[in-house]
Design a protein around this ligand. Structure first.
Ligand SMILES: Cc1cc2nc3c(=O)[nH]c(=O)nc-3n(C[C@H](O)[C@H](O)[C@H](O)COP(=O)(O)OP(=O)(O)OC[C@H]3O[C@@H](n4cnc5c(N)ncnc54)[C@H](O)[C@@H]3O)c2cc1C
Length: 410
């Protein structure tokens, strides 16, 4: 028997009201369609069940690793696809359409861990880790956040003390995606000189422990962990040679934040497509609910925001490809697409009525997953402050340090 949700799935059409697809090259469309096909065939049939059971979909990793999406913009020299940033973003949006949780796995593996190794690692570290990570044969994570250091990563307290020609790390990390099944962890810690530095820690190190955070109501099919580093000895070769100072850390976040912006677009698109298909099928008062003005208004508001997000996403990707993308624009992009997705998911849920809260329809899953995305890669507030500083010149993250008397010019 065909369930209503299967019918809706069949009736769904990819949203592109304003023909944003006409702005894409043939190669970009090929990548989009490649990931879309994988998502339709492999991800969508199993995603809701994994989310419901809070199980990570390990069975999807080999197929995901074949696509070229993991580390998609990195060089072929390291076994990666070398796509441009628009193609990579389109692939992320398609993956997020199928599963916000799997897209979060990708942001950690590709946007954070692989990008750190590529940008801040030695040639030896790159050759060792990037090719198997691109295929998902090896998994990585990125440990920056701590129980007491979230939006303010500069206050992190994990230490890396020099000893016996290497380092000993001690501290705790919270919210770290993938770490319970990672082979390698990028860990940010404070060295003896007081600076923040990055290390690559192999997770079979006896001083490394990662425990999955239980009872999560968002990103249920992705696993975040609490990492404990207890007298974790690593050799000098574990240090990422270019990962020194908070600026290095933030440059990686800017890259990953770019991918997360496309994630918002993908999840919003899926919510809208479900709501439109459902409204066409569902009849009340003897007519499809799509024929009611109030329902149409909701659908139009959704497609209007999605269309604007599509244009913004392609434009931001083109800027990144041209090397002219500044961090504040990335913050605005992530903030816009994810905040819009949050509203679109809630509106789509409303259009589906009671069925909107059933996991079969996937809208509630997106709605919950977007809450995680709204918070990671800079909360909506933090990205607002980054844009605010860019346009006003005033930094509003914390009170300005009081000016000392001898610095006053009058
Ligand atoms: C699903 C998920 C996955 C994650 N994955 C990872 C990962 O793989 N690796 C990793 O290192 N981290 C990860 N994180 C952590 C994430 O980066 C942090 O949650 C985020 O930076 C916010 O930190 P916090 O949760 O400690 O909130 P806090 O920083 O405590 O913020 C609490 C509230 O205060 C607001 N706030 C904070 N400072 C200001 C300010 N100056 N002005 C105004 N408002 C402010 C925030 O916007 C927020 O609303 C993940 C988080 C989630 C939820």
């Amino acid at each position: 028997m065909t369930t209503t949700s299967e019918l809706t799935q069949r009736e769904k059409r990819p949203v592109d009201l304003i023909n944003a697809g006409s702005l894409l090259s043939d190669e970009e469309k090929r990548v989009r369609d490649l990931v879309r096909d994988f998502v339709d065939r492999e991800v969508i049939p199993v995603a809701a069940d994994h989310w419901d059971r809070a199980q990570f979909p390990f069975g999807l990793l080999p197929g995901l690793g074949e696509l070229g999406l993991v580390g998609g913009t990195l060089s072929g020299e390291y076994g990666c696809a070398g796509w441009n940033n628009v193609a990579y973003g389109l692939g992320i949006a398609e993956l997020a359409r199928g599963s916000g949780s799997l897209a979060t796995f990708l942001h950690v593996q590709s946007g954070l861990a692989m990008t750190t190794i590529n940008e801040l690692g030695s040639e030896e570290q790159k050759l060792r880790w990037l090719p198997p990570m691109a295929k998902c044969e090896k998994i990585g994570c990125f440990g920056l956040t701590e129980p007491e250091a979230g939006s303010d990563p500069g206050s992190l307290s994990t230490t890396a003390v020099e000893k016996d020609g290497g380092y000993v790390l001690n501290g705790e990390k919270k919210w770290i995606g993938n770490a319970s099944f990672s082979d390698v962890a990028v860990i940010w810690a404070r060295t003896d000189d007081g600076k923040i530095s990055g290390f690559l820690i192999e997770t079979d190190n006896p001083g490394f422990q990662a425990d999955v955070l239980p009872r999560k109501a968002s990103q249920r099919a992705a696993w975040q962990t609490h990492i404990t580093l207890e007298d974790c000895h690593v050799p000098e070769s574990a240090r990422l040679p270019k990962a020194t100072g908070l600026g290095a850390t933030l440059s990686i976040l800017t890259h990953s934040r770019y991918g997360v912006g496309w994630d918002g677009l993908g999840q919003a698109a899926d919510c809208y497509e479900t709501a439109l298909a459902y409204a066409g099928e569902r009849e009340q008062f003897g007519r499809p609910i799509a024929s009611f003005q109030l329902v149409q208004q909701k659908l139009v508001e959704m497609v209007n925001e999605i269309s604007l997000s599509q244009l913004l996403s392609i434009h931001v990707g083109r800027l990144k490809d041209a090397g002219g993308l500044d961090p504040a624009t990335v913050s605005m992009f992530k903030m816009n697409n994810v905040a819009k997705a949050r509203r679109i998911a809630a509106t789509a849920r409303e259009v589906l009525g009671g069925n909107g809260i059933l996991l079969d329809y996937r809208v509630m899953e997106h709605m919950a997953d977007i809450e995680g995305v709204y918070t990671y890669e800079g909360t909506n507030d933090v990205n607002t402050l980054i844009v605010g500083q860019a346009i006003t010149g005033h930094r509003a993250f914390s009170p300005e340090p009081p000016q000392r008397a001898e610095e006053r010019t009058e």
